[in-house]
Write a protein that binds this ligand. Sequence first.
Ligand code: CMC
Length: 371
Amino acid sequence: MTATKGLEGIVATQSAISSIIDDTLTYVGYDIDDLADNASFEEVVYLLWHQRLPKADELAELKQQLADNMSVPQPVLDHFKNYPISEVHPMAALRTAISLLGLYDENAEDMSDEANYEKAIKLQAKVATIVTAFSRIRKGLEPVAPKKEFGYAANFLYMLTGEVPEEVAIEAFDKALVLHADHELNASTFTARVCVATLSDMYSGITAAIGALKGPLHGGANEQVMKMLMEIGDEENVESYIKEKLANRERIMGFGHRVYRKGDPRAKHLRKMSKKLTALRGEEKWYNMSEKIEAIVTGEKNIPPNVDFYSASVYHSLDIDHDLFTPIFAVSRISGWAAHILEQYANNRLIRPRAEYTGPNMQKYVPINER
Ligand code: CMC
């Protein structure tokens, strides 16, 4: 038995949800470029969960279900006030809150198709409330209740700030949600599938997935990109900063991908959004710096940017706290995780690979007083 490090190139499941073929990403066969330009996040959620686009009444029903399920049990919000340390990362808070949420769902252990679909709706609806409420509570502010007449993206921004968001912000945020919704068998989706393939419940699967997304090699990269941009501070520092990192063989966050070779198709949409939003805010420097970093990293290493690179300056331009970038990734990706969990349940087999053993052999037990 020979291990493949990082499972590179291993096809671990069949899936009809999304695919990456020749650097093209599709959700259920629709090119991500087509969806980014035309579909709303709710349409994409429906597409991922039903493997077809919704008709108008089906979309209206899903929107209604999401709006109706956004409220979160008070104890889940209250627990944010009782953390033992003051600087809890929002991804750790989210991971804990989703697990806690499961305790307040009397159908959490009901494994019927209907109950699982209902859980997907509840999780998708409530995650927006959880992330925004955490953000407000840690600042000493009261959570803001969602507005039933708002769409998902508008409600997220509204619950975050307490102010009705501008149209341009809603449009950008909605597109960012569409772009992050699913991504074949990425690390967190694989984690979710491994978890529920034991026939564990959906809350466990999503909690596990959040843990996997949190790391800087996966979803955590977008926060790290903004940290890097802040550290660089100004356009004129870009070249020396990046070249030094590359000379030291350090990774530049927001670049590279296990699957894409020519580039991540989502990055160009976020680049365009970053250019527009930073200009609107009069903070072009973040876009200009990012463009310069891209030129150096692609020029020197031929490693293109991924989804996390330009999403950093997009979210920054929407006045979102930097440590909320990865939770926002989770807010979108819950749609994909839920789709994969439902698909796994529908045709389940325990996921249990093997390991190539590299430890010592033929050891003999030595009593403790003889060691
Ligand atoms: N900066 C500099 N060098 C890099 C980078 C980078 N961002 N990414 C890969 N490389 C180099 C790496 O040093 C290695 O070079 P060498 O062969 O000379 O040692 C080569 O490229 C292959 O790297 P790898 O680590 O074997 O590639 P991987 O497929 O295991 O890793 C990755 C993929 C995404 C973890 C990696 O590209 C990386 O660490 N990127 C930075 C973190 C990041 O942006 N993550 C977000 C990924 S996309 C969205 C998401 O999933 O959230």
